[in-house]
Write a protein that binds this ligand. Structure first.
Ligand code: CA
Length: 221
């Protein structure tokens, strides 16, 4: 799951990013409304955390522009103080939820998880089954048969991308885009390292390499 934080208070933005990264999300941060709109348009984010008072373009306008362009990414708005945020206006422009600063970090994480869950369960259950493999995106647990497999946050995120598109070819670039943030400018072959660890931990030949194209998760026959 990849999140974008659009917040001009740099210390707040960085501490949120650090905390959410520790929760296993890929997190990008920008400090300007226009840059936020650009990023959110270019990249398939799973959630936006959007401040209202921003340089460049305010949060209401960013939100309205995204919705007008047909983007349905969940948006959690942040407001500096009571009264700055007009709930009616916020919901009018298409925000899904809002938080008033100062907020507790625990509450923010709970809201983020609730929004992602709401989105994830709108059409489908959070539990995905592919052959022997069961992946629960809400509880973040993986089983092969009866056995629970312990994965790191990044390993889980890579596997999740393959499970969500089981049976289809998923390219390294698509996995990178969802699992690593834009500060990562290292070797895209890092995906191979994670896939080989996943193969070893899952102990079943589930992840096929499709030469020159990417990977495909298959249910064993
Ligand atoms: Ca601000």
């Amino acid at each position: 799951m990849r999140l974008l934080i659009v917040e001009d208070e740099k210390r707040l933005a960085l501490s949120l990013a650090k905390g959410l990264t520790a929760e296993g999300y890929a997190v990008d941060v920008v400090h300007d409304g226009r840059e936020g709109l650009h990023r959110a348009t270019e990249t398939p984010y799973d959630l936006l955390i959007l401040d209202i008072m921003l340089p460049g373009l305010n949060g209401y306008r960013v939100c309205a522009a995204l919705r007008a362009a047909g983007h349905d990414v969940p948006i959690l708005m942040l407001t500096a103080k009571d009264g700055e945020y007009d709930e009616a206006e916020g919901l009018d422009t298409g925000a899904d939820d809002y938080l008033t600063k100062p907020f507790s970090y625990v509450v923010l994480v709970a809201r983020v998880k609730a929004l992602l869950r709401r989105r994830g369960t709108a059409g489908a259950s959070p539990v995905h089954v592919v052959g022997e493999l069961t992946l629960d995106t809400a509880a973040r647990r993986v089983h092969v048969g009866e056995d629970e497999v312990t994965l790191t946050a990044k390993e889980f995120a890579v596997l999740e991308q393959l499970v969500l598109r089981a049976g289809e070819v998923v390219s390294k670039a698509q996995i990178l885009e969802h699992v690593w943030d834009f500060a990562y400018d290292g070797d895209p072959n890092i995906v191979e390292v994670y896939v080989s660890t996943l193969r070893r931990k899952l102990g079943a030949p589930l992840i096929r390499t499709v030469r020159g194209a990417g990977y495909r998760l298959e249910a064993p026959r």
